[in-house]
Ligand binder design. Structure first.
Ligand SMILES: *[C@@H]1O[C@H](CO)[C@@H](O)[C@H](O)[C@H]1NC(C)=O
Ligand SMILES: *[C@@H]1O[C@H](CO)[C@@H](O)[C@H](O)[C@H]1NC(C)=O
Length: 307
């Protein structure tokens, strides 16, 4: 269920960063950021998943071909056979592909990727305490947003020393927080109705918001990109796992499951409202919402536009 983003591998082309971020689209390709720090799940994971899954003896199909056949020439640990969004952003900023922290043996001064496939926003205990997704699943693993932030904080002494040096370094770094949420909802759907899962949304958005605030106030982040969730109701895993006998459950135009997409829209609208609040509070910081929902809907509604 965390292998959701096959259809997202290539959405970078139409990814709308809103409001527009001039530094990312700089035609000269000039480098404005020293580094990228990334937190998230399979939509942002550049190789941590296989290493973490291995520790739990969980088979991860991204370690086998055809993953990596389109671009890297070998499975790269990405849940995609080409590059993912963060790779294209790194390319555009003239930075190396953001190295996965569980894999890379070398410097993280030009970026560190803490994202892990299947990661949740809320801590794993929250779900296991409610028997979600239900035994014998080991998911969610201990790789939540909070855990990824702890990994970042443990790495910090190796990245910069004095307060001033850290402020300068992180102030000129780009922070990617997300996408988070998709896995929280997907694990929950196995035990809860969409309506019940909806009650988790405010906590999930609040947790993302606290993480952003921690990066700003404790670590001097000045530029943050915060993606919303994708329309899960159009994703093959949801469509197969939660197939509904009633035609009314489906959008007649797209064939997507309406309730799951509505949940995603609800998440995205609460998230955007929260980001607007944070932006008003921290005026010298740039907080950018990245819409992952609209571009995927566009692909679903007008596949002919994409070949
Ligand atoms: C990591 O790099 C160092 C220095 O380049 C090397 O000595 C060490 O063997 C490497 N470790 C692994 C696990 O590859
Ligand atoms: C989860 O990971 C964090 C950070 O690595 C660690 O401090 C914590 O003990 C772990 N929790 C469990 C239950 O393994």
């Amino acid at each position: 269920m965390f292998k959701m983003h096959t259809l997202l591998c290539a959405i970078f082309l139409i990814l709308q960063l809103s409001p527009p971020m001039p530094v990312i689209s700089s035609p000269s390709g000039a480098r404005h950021y020293k580094s990228i720090f990334s937190f998230g799940d399979s939509l942002a994971d550049t190789g941590n998943g296989p290493v973490i899954f291995e520790r739990f003896s969980i088979f991860n199909r991204v370690t086998r071909p055809p993953y990596g056949s389109t671009f890297f020439g070998r499975p790269s640990g990405r849940d995609c056979d080409d590059r993912i969004i963060i790779d294209f952003i790194a390319e555009n900023l003239g930075l190396p592909y953001v190295p996965a922290t569980q894999v890379h043996n070398g410097s993280f001064h030009q970026g560190a990727n803490f994202a892990v496939a299947a990661a949740t926003t809320l801590d794993a205990d929250f779900y296991h305490g409610r028997d979600i997704p239900g035994a014998p699943s080991m998911f969610p693993l201990n790789t939540s947003l909070g855990v990824q932030l702890e990994w970042f904080e443990s790495m910090k002494p190796y990245l910069c020393r004095t307060g001033r040096e850290c402020k300068e370094f992180f102030g000129s770094s780009l922070f990617f927080v997300g996408e988070f949420g998709v896995n929280d909802y997907h694990f929950s759907f196995q035990k809860k109705t969409v309506q019940e899962v909806r009650s988790f949304v405010p906590d999930i958005v609040a947790t993302i918001s606290m993480a952003i605030e921690r990066l700003i106030t404790k670590h001097a982040a000045r530029s943050l990109v915060v993606p919303g969730v994708i329309p899960s109701g159009c994703s093959p895993p949801i469509l197969t796992k939660f197939a509904d006998g009633s035609p009314a459950a489906y959008d007649s135009k797209t064939g997507c499951l309406k309730a799951y997409n509505e949940l995603g829209m609800h998440h995205n609208s609460l998230l955007q409202a929260e980001l607007a609040k944070l932006q008003a509070k921290y005026r010298n910081v740039k907080i950018i919402y990245a819409d992952y929902f609209g571009p995927v809907m566009d692909m679903v509604e007008s596949p002919h536009k994409f070949g």
